[in-house]
Design a binder for this molecule. Structure first.
Ligand code: GTP
Length: 342
């Protein structure tokens, strides 16, 4: 059985970290995001197709050096084809029912249970569903009691919402879904293909699950996923290899080869490999990129510092994105594809 992992987006909402790396390789508790997806796949999935585009060389390198016991195909799109176009572009590798997974979801979904549900319902498409409180920011499903989805309603007022369930970014699909997608152009699975399958077949089902779910699309959810996974594992902090930590870490994760000076306080933050945090530095709700140097006596709150950026001594920043290097050629100025409101 095959699984397609959609990992070709630019990840514009996670810039500046996605200026320098593929979003799916962003570290979560010091392991690339995509590795969480691969380890949640059922045993019967023996082939993984990574639908990539932007920064595909980094993804190729990662899988050349890390073995997950499954065949890995890095399927490079000539240009970004969107979530539907990327699935169509992987068609030649698909032999039967298959999964499609967004690479930026960290969750407790059990994919074996999802297959069982799909087969019991004799579905053509099954999508995973997660309940949210703020329905007015999402597309929610209109679903019958037996799980049969009859439509999606975009950003409804809470009093008009047919449910509180949103697309959780994992699909189990029959081969014939591929016939609905045209070749070679940008196609959104969610906006174009799913509504047509619902209308044509009536065999589109929603699979709810319990536990946890985070769409790691923005800096805040990137920090939140660290805190959630640390809480689930009863950890106050996570520290990589070869670090020298002379300060205090609370609800934070630091990568490999990180130095933290005396009297520094790192709270609710993520610090990438080889960063140097001076003495008496306070970090709160920050993400600090690889190789950054944060000068002594600095105080950073709600701040993001891109890879290799230096911050001079006694700097005070609140709610700032630090990036003084060129933006990579071709990197979009705003979200493309599935635009979700900021
Ligand atoms: P933003 O720019 O911040 O919206 O991030 P994104 O580019 O990752 O887009 P989004 O979060 O909407 O994408 C959901 C999933 O689909 C992610 O796992 C993306 O990597 C993937 N994705 C989005 N667009 C494409 C595409 O054109 N091709 C491929 N192969 N994957 C895509």
């Amino acid at each position: 059985m095959e699984a397609i992992i959609l990992a070709g987006g630019f990840g514009t909402r996670l810039r500046p970290f996605t200026y320098t790396r593929a979003k799916s390789l962003l570290p979560i508790l010091n392991k690339p995001m995509v590795s969480y997806l691969i380890t949640m796949l059922p045993k019967k999935v023996d082939k993984v197709i990574l639908a990539v585009n932007y920064r595909r060389d980094q993804i190729e390198d990662y899988f050349e050096n890390n073995d997950f016991g499954k065949e890995i195909i890095v399927n490079d799109e000539p240009k970004p084809l969107g979530t539907g176009g990327a699935v169509k572009f992987a068609e030649k590798h698909i032999t039967g029912s298959f999964f499609v997974l967004n690479s930026d979801i960290i969750c407790s979904l059990n994919l074996d249970d999802m297959i069982e549900f799909h087969e019991k319902k004799n579905a053509i498409s099954t999508i995973s569903l997660w309940p949210v409180e703020n329905v007015s920011e999402f597309g929610v499903v209109d679903m019958k009691r037996d799980g049969n989805v009859v439509g999606f309603v975009e950003k409804p007022k809470s009093e008009d919402a047919p449910s509180d369930l949103i697309n959780a970014g994992a699909y189990f699909l029959e081969l014939k879904v591929l016939d609905y997608i045209v070749t070679g152009r940008l196609v959104s699975m969610e906006k174009e293909i799913f509504p047509r399958i619902i209308a044509d077949t009536g065999k589109f089902f929603g699979f709810e699950f319990k536990g946890y779910w985070i769409d790691v699309g923005r800096i805040q959810s990137y920090i939140a996923v660290h805190k959630l996974l640390m809480k689930n594992q009863n950890l106050d902090y996570v520290q990589g290899n070869n670090c020298e930590n002379n300060g205090k870490l609370t609800n934070s994760c630091i990568g490999d080869n990180v130095f933290i000076g005396n009297n520094s306080d790192v709270e609710s933050s993520v610090v990438f490999d080889s960063a140097q945090i001076g003495k008496s530095v306070a970090l709160n709700n920050c993400v600090i990129g690889e190789n950054c140097k944060i000068g002594n006596h600095s105080n950073l709150k709600n701040t993001v510092v891109g890879d290799n950026e230096p911050i001079i001594e006694k700097t005070v920043l609140d709610n700032i994105i630090v990036w003084d290097q060129p933006v990579p050629k071709g990197y979009p100025k705003k979200q493309i594809g599935n635009v979700i409101g900021e």
